[in-house]
Design a protein around this ligand. Sequence first.
Ligand SMILES: NC(=O)c1ccc[n+]([C@@H]2O[C@H](COP(=O)([O-])OP(=O)(O)OC[C@H]3O[C@@H](n4cnc5c(N)ncnc54)[C@H](OP(=O)(O)O)[C@@H]3O)[C@@H](O)[C@H]2O)c1
Length: 324
Amino acid sequence: MKAILCTQFGLPETLTLEDAPSPTPGKDQVVVSVKACGVNFPDTLIIQNKYQFKPPLPFSPGGEVSGTIKEVGEGVKHLKVGDSVLSLTGWGGFAEEVIADAATTLPIPPGMDYVTAASVMYTYGTSYHALKNRAQLQPGETLLVLGAAGGVGLAAVQLGVLMGANVIAAASSDEKLKVCKELGASATINYTTEDIRERTRELTEGRGVDVVYDPVGDRYTEPALRSIAWKGRYLVVGFAGGEIPKIPLNLALLKGCQIVGVFWGAFARNEPKESQKNFQELLTWISQGKLKQHLYKTYSLAESPAALRDMLDRKVVGKAVVII
Ligand SMILES: NC(=O)c1ccc[n+]([C@@H]2O[C@H](COP(=O)([O-])OP(=O)(O)OC[C@H]3O[C@@H](n4cnc5c(N)ncnc54)[C@H](OP(=O)(O)O)[C@@H]3O)[C@@H](O)[C@H]2O)c1
């Protein structure tokens, strides 16, 4: 089978398209013939050996796939050869075939296409867990989303709107913010040209925002935390900007606010029932047409390093998907 391989850690340009042996499923595993693979920020980190999961070399990046079951391993009950499925594999998805744990592999809901199936679990799963379980976002509250046109950011904008919040989208360009507006944001902050704190004060008439969703970190975090309202919740989601910020803790005291960690993967492992409930709610919204993934671009398998490059260059708006 063909696969994009990481044979040495480095930037996307070091990845190569090669022939690789077909995988064989172990106990409680399946092999998926991949149709599509969603592109996510951790794919750019895993190839640089900067992510929490460190697969042995050589490996293919790509952790969110859709496709058909090619082979089932011992002990697998709910899946059979030929089933159309979506799966969270962690890595291995930029390839014609990938090993998946049966536990994180689900039948694709009726009517859902392969591109959608490979691009909804990760971003919507993360942002819904953050807003629902961690922030307990309430209708009428104000939500500030940083990196609002990125994968998890745009999902947070859409979900915030669906949950009845007033969403302020913050991103680095007017072009990106236009998409956020089209998807329901009521106000925007261009943080390349505008000051996050001043603009938030202006938009909330001095009150501040109830919830901040932060997948960017770096220099954006402190002004966003300073923009939070009394008893607000600050969601620590990621550090796409590079630096993990160090925050003066007196800010939490002065605001009476909570700084809340979000780790969706650990939530899904530790609270599987709650996680499945979230998925059912998300899939219902998707099937009702209330949630629709904003597709930036599709790439062929050979072009998948370019997808990772676009992500690192902050070009991707919403979701990039590799079609195998
Ligand atoms: N905690 C969790 O459970 C969890 C789950 C999923 C993802 N994450 C994390 O969330 C973050 C975002 O993931 P994603 O898949 O949504 O990524 P993405 O689509 O690339 O979005 C990240 C956004 O960050 C902004 N950004 C600012 N500085 C950047 C830089 N130097 N390089 C790249 N982007 C930069 C960009 O928006 P602007 O250009 O508008 O600034 C970009 O749209 C990642 O750190 C990821 O690891 C965490």
